[in-house]
Design a protein around this ligand. Sequence first.
Ligand code: ZN
Length: 637
Amino acid sequence: MRVCLTGLVLACMGLPATAAGLSPIEAGLDYHSFANVDQFRVTHIELDLRVDLEGKVISGVVALEFKRLDPRATQLVLDTKDLMINDVSQKATDVLGATAKNQTIWVSRPFHMEKPDPILGSALVIDLPPSRKTVESIRVDYETLPTAAALQWLTPKQTAGHKAFLYTQSEPIGARTWIPLQDTPQVRATYSAKIHTSSGVLAVMSAENDSKVKRKGEFSFVMPQAIPSYLIALAVGELEFKETGPRTGVYAEKSMIKAAAKEFADTESMIAAAEKLFGPYRWTRYDILVLGPSFPVAGMENPRLSFITPTVIAGDKSLVSVIAHELAHSWAGNLVTQATWRDLWLNEGLADYLESRIMNAVYGEQRASMEAVLGLKSLREDLAKLKPQDQVLAIDLRDRDPELAFSTVPYEKGRLFLSYLDAKFGRDRFDAFLRGYFDHFAFKSITTEQFNQYLTENLLDRFPGIVTHEQVLAWENAPGIPADAVLPVSSALLQVDDARTAWLAGKLQPKKFGLDWAAQQWLYFLDNMPAALSAKQLEGLDQAYGLTRSQNAEIERSWLELAVRNNYQASYARLEEYLKTIGRRKLIAPLYVELMKTPSGSEFAKRVYTKARPGYSLDTVTAIDAIVSPAAAEESE
Ligand SMILES: [Zn+2]
């Protein structure tokens, strides 16, 4: 199945699935949207929605303001997936001309849904009469279905405060499961919203939030900056707010709010550091919403309000690079956005590079380089598993779920590419280039090719003889890590290698090392162990450092992986609890993979997964289903 955006949407929907693989990829064409963006562009989205936490339904109306780029076009095509469309109407003034003053009358328009595609959903095709107006509006009356992938409904049992909770995760193409719209990152729109809830709960969005608003069941939001659809976000639940700085604060459930505010106290310093390097922060406020442990990813860069997993709250700020990363998206991704999912590395690679620079500025070079080395290790692990065509930055995702682009490649290989340019051209030139890049493309969505053109004009050609255009293309389109990459090194981690070697040889006893180690050093120590350790060795480490009871979710994941690989039963009760409470894929997927390697482990995995599965998000369920019951996952495809 492939998608055209050229006005031939319906004609090209019938092409066989193999056709896409044969033709060259068209840069800037979004293969994951039905929207005919060459003909119509949505510029403003107005939501009026009721969130029913008990019934797990969102229902209401979206009004879309749009421009007709092609005056001959009479069919507006929107993206939807698992949505029930009740009615489509158009402003009477748009159809008939003038009506009674101060009165908006809406008249129904004919529409139909195209046959659904399993990944992309259904095109909603709306017939429109010809019009000469510059801006028109249509309204869609709709409700969501229980299968909506972007909506995570938590039952009272699944939250700390025992109150029902909703959060959205629109990236990559989930926005269409709760709003009918042009669901492609190349369309940017402002939005406003009225959200109706039961009383007592708080609604927050990726928009201007009023932390002091009365909880009377009605909330208004304005997002004055034009953003792509995957950044529209909503959460509703029993939330508290605590300020952490002049333009920063934390939203979380009551039991979590103090710890969260303490953990993320440096956010204002991070913003100041980033502004010094990359230009002004253009989103007024930066707040953090701490979700429940079922949140499937580390963080989501929803503008003005990052959504963050509680698993980064370790008590010692050791995992706050996630905050630096989501904040970095305020420049890389939210301000200058990828035009299609093929260009994801422009969001994630740049954000990872900026993250390193922010961490360096706020916590020092040692911390940033340790994190870069750990990132390189996970990149190498992914490269060992990925097909060559999926090891490239500008990835071909035609006929595939864009979710597949989210390996470490766009992140870590992207970070390496930008670090390479930084090293080759020198810090001053490269920083000036980045500041210029963010200014030049501010509030625009761009392709890899547009990035390359800007790079050529402002670095490659301005300082000739340093990096060639071919070298750039090799980074973007060739598999693996280029031979001339500038790899991160960390002396603090080399010291850990020495300690590990000595301990394995029996020459260094526990407690004689590691007492002053940073979390990154522990991760490096544990993640680089040989395949087999003795029960005595594991027991020795566990007794000395209390690893089974670690409060650091990353170190715990690393330790539990070792425990499973070596059948260290003393950690299995903790392992069960860990798998049942945490839904973040990066943390739990490796544990299920390790468990499934032995008959007793797979029995344990299946038993625990049955209990844990209802608490996971749909994306996590899909990922873990494929690990724990591969046969069942294949059947359902
Ligand atoms: Zn990111």
